[in-house]
Design a binder for this molecule. Structure first.
Ligand code: SAM
Length: 270
């Protein structure tokens, strides 16, 4: 999870969409929403980057996120007239008034949770908010063993963009360390901003994500009361395993009975 507060969190939210343009995933989510929605719930909707495209396609959608700064951007993009309800909640224990046909977690949202217990808590809440036969769509990173074995020092990726006020924003993403036992990566996101008047800003955001391999995700979903329906390797609906892919996208259907009771605690493993 991101550990940004104050002005750092505000700037990060303001610049999020600019630095996420490369994903080119929104058509995919709109297509799935058209086929399996509505209503749709987006878990970890952030700035509304995906939400606004689904709403614009005329599909009923609600969203929630734990970041008030990102939700502020989403509310600007999705004013009350859009009919989209946005909530500030934690995906480990959310409770919303509605029930949904499709719950989606675009762009690696489930990986924000460190432990298996937390992921089970989230998927149990997802299940509670789905109508019978409803579906969950999870878009995760497909962990590559060769990439995970690389020296973190070689991982830095730098992107530069021009912001809305003409400021030059340089974003550096790097892996600080990896923990193979807990299947987590400790990352750092750095923003260096240079304004037209010469003013500069520097923000460092620590970030931790976890990763799951394909069969782990399948087993986790089965344990939480879902049956796998599709596994894709990319946003063109290519089947998973066809060529090298960074994406692991699973569509699963809510079954009549959850196999695993909800965990009581959030210990490191379960
Ligand atoms: C990689 S971003 C994806 C945002 C959005 N789905 C998209 O595709 O642009 C992950 C999102 O998950 C949110 N998040 C992280 N931990 C969360 C939690 N415990 N509960 C709710 N949202 C959370 C973050 O605030 C962030 O907006």
């Amino acid at each position: 999870m991101f550990e940004a507060t104050g002005i750092t969190a505000v700037r990060e939210a303001e610049y999020y969409d600019l630095f996420t343009e490369w994903r080119e995933d929104t058509d995919f989510f709109v297509t799935v929403a058209k086929q399996y929605g509505a209503p749709v719930l987006e878990v970890g909707c952030g700035t509304g980057r995906v939400t606004k495209h689904i709403a614009a396609a005329g599909i009923g959608i609600d969203g929630f996120d734990s970041s008030p700064e990102r939700l502020r951007i989403a509310r600007e993009a999705l004013p009350a007239e859009s009919g989209v309800k946005l909530f500030c909640q934690d995906m480990r224990a959310f409770r919303l008034p509605g029930s949904y046909q499709l719950v989606m977690l675009p762009y690696r949202v489930l990986q924000e949770l460190a432990t298996t217990a937390e992921k089970i808590q989230c998927l149990s809440c997802v299940r509670d908010h789905l109508e019978e036969g409803g579906r969950v769509l999870i878009d995760n990173y497909n962990p590559s063993i060769p990439k995970l074995a690389r020296d973190p020092a070689t991982s830095a990726r730098v992107m530069e963009k021009t912001g809305p006020s003409g400021e030059i924003i340089r974003r550096t993403d790097r892996v600080v360390s990896r923990d193979y036992l807990s299947q987590s990566q400790q990352l750092e996101v750095v923003y260096d901003v240079r304004h037209p008047d010469g003013r500069t800003e520097h923000y460092v955001i620590p970030y931790e994500t976890s990763y799951l391999f394909r069969f782990e995700l399948e087993h986790l979903l089965a344990r939480c009361g879902f049956a796998i329906r599709e596994i894709w390797g990319g946003f063109d609906f290519e089947p998973f395993g066809q060529g090298a892919s960074d994406e692991l996208i699973v569509l699963a259907e809510r079954t009549a009975r959850a196999l695993q009771p909800k965990p009581r605690s959030c210990s490191r493993s379960i």
